[in-house]
Write a protein that binds this ligand. Structure first.
Ligand code: NDP
Length: 477
């Protein structure tokens, strides 16, 4: 028997969203020189939240110039112990303002407050603490006695983890002595703008961090600016390719964190109840807007029916709705465009012959919503088994032997992550050795830690973020 929950909405009074924002350049908020404006909305209600700048080429140039100046006039040569103090200060302010940031992230992105409060924000602060610790120990990181920073880093991030992706980019860059110009995604700029305020609050020297809002064009101007030394991009494989082409033949160093189509592999000796929780967390966490989501479930044939019955029962209990409600499991899809893409690929799944099942949950009238959905009878050739849907949609395939599981798991142009569920340690090691994935989780999924490197093989990109490895992307080694 299940009980209805009373509404438990998180208060929004802690958040003060301004009607409009300028660009954060050289330590201050400025009006745009040649930009346009764009509106950012709450995807759960379609309400307009604020108006931000879509920075033009001259705005981008001003930000890069400020970053260059800050690099040359102090940050690039500042002792690591001093840089660390700023990073620790930023980390502590993030902790102090974490409730405000979590609520704002949920309003702008649509993710459940339970996730922004308990996952995103603690990890954001942890990243700054972790890389603050490295700032004065770079000589011992294994990159030679005096590793040097690269200079000005252009960083472009997506909308699925706005503040966390910012932390993954800015914390190691600053720890290594680089300065940055960061562009948040068009649909989720607000927490990056509050982060700009936090930089002011921490007395970070002007120009060390610059935040320029805008759409894809702004990102293109930024990565193509000739005075950029390093590009760090997270987003779609298609845009990653364009950026790699633009950077080819220049001195710019490049790291790319792109898409994925992870296999979550369940053997017949796995603890099924735990596996069900792991499968749900793997694909429905953050509405499936996760590059390392376990979007392909590979089940050993002998337990297919039993597992699917348990899984559907569990999914039917997920609560979809107001992201600000503390009991919500599934929030809003981030944008109308993303919802359209999820719908289109799901329709293709049905047309190609897979069987579609969606949780019987009512969808709110306003906003962008998609019910947790499972496709069974999926074959390797189906588009829903090959393409990144980036939504709460799971494709289920079967296998009989470990060899077949490995072959199917690796049969994708991507290689970001994978999951293995079995009680045999030897099988976990055997599988992990053969899976072409940057991260392999065993009897768990979607676990992150700042000390652990993250990144992909093949079309999932190159370079690593997090851990000691994450320093390499920002040092001239
Ligand atoms: P994009 O790759 O289009 O966007 C990522 C970031 O790059 C955004 O800040 C975007 O700006 C910017 N951008 C877009 N075009 C360019 C360009 N030519 N040069 C430089 N920067 C650019 O991803 P979307 O957000 O549009 O999502 C589309 C698909 O990408 C998703 O369905 C999903 O499959 C995948 N994706 C994968 C992610 C991952 O973590 N691996 C994250 C997000 C998406 P703007 O927001 O204004 O478009």
């Amino acid at each position: 028997m299940t009980f209805e929950y009373a509404p438990a909405p998180e208060s929004t009074s802690i958040v003060d969203i301004r009607p409009s924002y300028g660009l954060f350049i050289d330590g201050e908020f400025r009006d745009s020189i040649d930009g346009d404006t764009i509106k950012t909305i709450n995807p759960a209600t379609e309400e307009v939240l604020s108006e931000v700048v879509a920075a033009g080429p001259r705005d981008v140039a001003a930000a890069v110039e400020a970053a260059r100046r800050a690099y040359q006039t102090g940050w690039g040569t500042m002792p690591g112990t001093e840089r660390a103090k700023y990073l620790y200060r930023i980390a502590r302010i993030i902790q102090e303002r974490s409730r405000e940031l979590a609520v704002l992230e949920t309003i702008d992105n649509g993710k459940p407050i339970r996730e922004s409060r308990d996952v995103d924000l603690p990890l954001v602060a942890a990243h700054f603490f972790y890389y603050a610790g490295w700032a004065d120990k770079l000589s011992y990181a294994g990159f030679g006695p005096h590793p040097r920073p690269l200079g000005v880093a252009a960083q472009v991030i997506p909308w699925n983890f706005p503040l966390l992706m910012l932390a993954w980019k800015i914390a190691p860059a600053l720890a290594c002595g680089n300065t940055v110009v960061l562009k948040p995604a068009e649909t989720t700029p607000l927490t990056a703008l509050v982060f700009a305020e936090i930089c002011q609050q921490a007395d970070l020297p002007p120009g060390v961090v610059n935040i320029i809002t805008g759409a894809g064009e702004t990102g293109r101007h930024l990565v193509e600016h000739p005075d950029v030394d390093k590009i760090a991009f997270t987003g779609s494989t298609e845009v990653g390719r364009q950026i790699a082409r633009a950077a080819a033949g220049t001195r710019k160093r490049l790291t790319l964190e792109l898409g994925g189509k992870a296999a979550n592999i369940v053997f017949d000796d796995a603890p099924l109840d735990q596996a069900v929780e792991g499968i749900v967390n793997g694909i429905f966490f953050n509405q499936g807007h996760v590059c390392c989501a376990g979007s392909r479930l590979l089940v050993q044939e002998s337990i297919h029916d039993e597992l699917l019955t348990a899984l559907k029962r569990r999914i039917s209990l997920l609560r979809l709705g107001d992201p600000l409600d503390k009991n919500t499991d599934i929030g809003a899809i981030n944008s109308a465009a993303q919802l359209e893409r999820i719908r289109a690929l799901s329709e293709i799944g049905e047309l190609e012959g897979a069987e579609r099942w969606s949780a019987p949950c009512p969808l709110p009238d306003r906003g962008f919503w998609f019910p947790p959905t499972v496709f069974t009878g999926v074959s390797q050739a189906h588009r829903i088994a090959r393409e990144e849907i980036f939504g709460p949609v799971l494709s289920v395939l079967t296998f009989r032997t470990p060899e077949e599981a490995v072959a199917k798991a690796n049969n994708t142009p991507y290689g970001l992550s994978a999951g293995i569920w079995t009680e045999k340690g030897s099988r976990i090691l055997w599988m992990a050795d053969r899976l072409r994935a940057g991260v392999v989780w065993a009897n768990t999924f979607n676990k992150f830690d700042p000390s652990s490197p993250f990144g992909g093989y093949k079309e999932s990109g190159y370079g690593r973020e997090g851990g000691r490895h994450g320093l390499e992307a920002y040092l001239a080694v």
